[in-house]
Design a protein around this ligand. Structure first.
Ligand code: NAG
Ligand code: NAG
Ligand code: ZN
Ligand code: ZN
Length: 262
């Protein structure tokens, strides 16, 4: 299973509270310690640094699917990948592979928002066949990826992917992309691998759906490889669009080389 850090917030306890790491009393009147917002663990502020990355999120602390950290969500549901990703991909593979402009054409905004709300409320109970327009499902999947607090290809690896995409020599580029992928955290890696393999199957039918690896790179580049927002070097964000697209298009085009078969 994937490692997950706790997500601490300073907390004021009413009544007696002991640290769940060292077992000692938490002294003081306010902000005696920190509490993990995902699993509810209570520890001293100093002890928090010593707790291993073994957070096991609990349902009573997390009420949504969209906008929740990816690793938190998969640990919560004990799945390999977020269920919303699997469910949308399964539905699109069932009835969207020949749909012209799939992923490029946005679904009707209200329908996409309704499907998002359904995922947040019902999880796996969502009735996918109730959403007739396959672009609604594609739109919900893109929205889910866009709303991830840490993108599928995490901020801290952003410049590694961009620099890889800038390499003009094809083998060098692929090696650099593979290296950056290998530094991607487990749950993120599983999800990107699954998504790229799906997008590869979409691109294989580009004579029907018009969505080549290049076109899918244009759609998914800025979503999967989002620039860090408070980067001091803001100016390079605009210039990067081409390389965001290139990185994703290369992953799709060379998916077997990068991820193996399956
Ligand atoms: C799902 O939606 C379809 C279409 O609206 C409907 O025919 C079907 O009965 C629904 N299935 C469930 C389990 O609610
Ligand atoms: C961004 O593009 C502009 C215009 O092409 C160029 O002058 C500038 O040097 C580029 N910035 C970076 C960081 O590459
Ligand atoms: Zn925790
Ligand atoms: Zn302690």
């Amino acid at each position: 299973q994937y490692e997950k850090e706790h997500h601490y917030k300073s907390h004021t306890y009413r009544g007696l509270q002991w640290c769940e790491y060292c077992g000692n009393f938490m002294w003081g009147i306010i902000q005696q310690g920190v509490q993990c917002v995902d699993c509810g663990l209570n520890v001293h502020k100093q002890c928090a640094k010593l707790v291993p990355n073994d957070c096991q999120p609990a349902l009573k602390h997390i009420h949504h699917v969209f906008g929740v950290d990816l690793t938190t969500l998969v640990k919560l549901h004990s799945t390999q990948r977020p269920l919303v990703v699997d469910m949308c991909i399964a539905e699109i593979e069932k009835r969207g592979m020949d749909s012209e402009g799939i992923y490029r054409i946005p679904g009707f905004h209200d329908d996409v928002i309704e499907l998002k709300a359904a995922f947040d409320q019902l999880g796996t109970e969502v009735n996918m066949t109730a959403y007739e327009d396959v672009n609604t499902i594609a739109g919900a999947l893109k929205l889910y990826l866009r709303e991830l607090p840490v993108p599928l290809l995490p901020y801290r690896l952003y410049s590694r992917f961009i620099n890889a995409a800038k390499i003009s020599h094809e083998n060098g580029k692929l090696d650099a992309i593979r290296m950056a992928l290998s530094a991607t955290p487990g749950a993120h890696f599983e999800t990107i691998k699954y998504l790229i393999q799906h997008l590869g199957r979409v691109s294989e039918r580009s004579n029907e759906n018009q969505m080549s690896a290049h076109n899918l790179g244009i759609v998914f580049g800025p979503t999967l490889l989002r620039a860090p927002e408070n980067d001091v070097n803001q100016r390079y964000n605009l210039n990067d669009t081409q390389f965001q697209q290139e990185a994703i298009a290369s992953m799709i085009g060379y998916r077997q080389h990068l991820f193996g078969l399956g």
